[in-house]
Design a protein around this ligand. Structure first.
Ligand code: DC
Length: 234
């Protein structure tokens, strides 16, 4: 069966990556966490004191950034590598979360990341999550999902995730960070966060993970069946 692209976009912390990972595992597809790529660029900029407003410094920095994903068998997870080093844990820390939306609005950064993401998905067979996958990276994705959830639920979920990594963060701080990122992500000029017209809306406020996964897999199955039928008819 021909492989497809599944685009999962939406607000911060509404369960996109957990859902995307499980859907990818179920289908035997690759999972690409595009947020991790923007976080890795942010980490590099912070570590190397790159000015967010100096296009020359930004271009030079981007030339020196190599982002890859590798499976860590011991930790049983996919990790993002920045210039050969795993930064999976570092990029989830609050000091990166607090700056990542500012870095994601930079046009040069977006163009470089989008080009790399398109390359990663050129053979299809990927589940990609982010903010602009269904609108800018793969506008031709066969299945598009737009995820949302109320902000209090999202903040509590993010707090639990951080706690699991032994990071104690105040709920109000997390909520403010989510609201700020949502605002910057949806109002930036270059590929803002918005629902593609053909994306299915998935509100996860009152849903369990397995229900979210089932919702996406149902849409995928319907798409694959439609395609098989149209191939047989042609
Ligand atoms: O999914 P996440 O919370 O790890 O993403 C971190 C930030 O990266 C998010 O606030 C906005 C940015 N981002 C983006 O601009 N475009 C994407 N495709 C993915 C993430």
């Amino acid at each position: 069966m021909k492989k497809i692209v599944i685009a999962i976009d939406g607000y911060s912390s509404c369960g996109k990556s957990t859902t995307a990972k499980l859907v990818a595992a179920e289908l035997g597809y690759a999972y690409i966490d595009t947020g991790a790529m923007y976080r890795a660029v942010t980490l590099y900029f912070l570590q190397n004191h790159v000015s967010f407003t100096n296009p020359k410094e930004i271009r030079e920095a981007l030339d020196n950034i190599d982002i890859t994903f590798h499976y860590n068998a011991k930790a049983k997870r996919n990790e993002v590598f920045l210039n050969g080093l795993s930064v999976e844990d570092e990029i989830r820390k609050m000091y990166v979360s607090n700056q990542v939306s500012e870095v994601s609005v930079i046009v040069e950064v977006r163009r470089a990341m989008v080009a790399q993401q398109q390359k990663m998905g050129r053979r299809r067979g990927v589940v990609m999550d982010g903010r602009d996958i269904g609108t800018a990276v793969f506008p031709d994705a066969e299945v598009k999902i737009f995820m949302t959830a109320d902000v209090d639920t999202r903040a509590k979920r993010r707090q639990q995730e951080l706690l699991a990594k032994k990071q104690l963060v105040n709920l109000e701080e997390i909520k403010q960070n989510l609201e700020k990122r949502d605002l910057i992500d949806s109002t930036r000029t270059e590929s803002p966060l918005r629902r593609a017209e053909d994306a299915f809306l998935l509100d996860t406020s009152h849903m369990a993970i397995d229900e979210q996964v089932e919702f996406v897999l149902n849409k995928v199955t319907s798409k694959l069946i439609d395609r098989e039928i149209s191939v047989q008819q042609s």
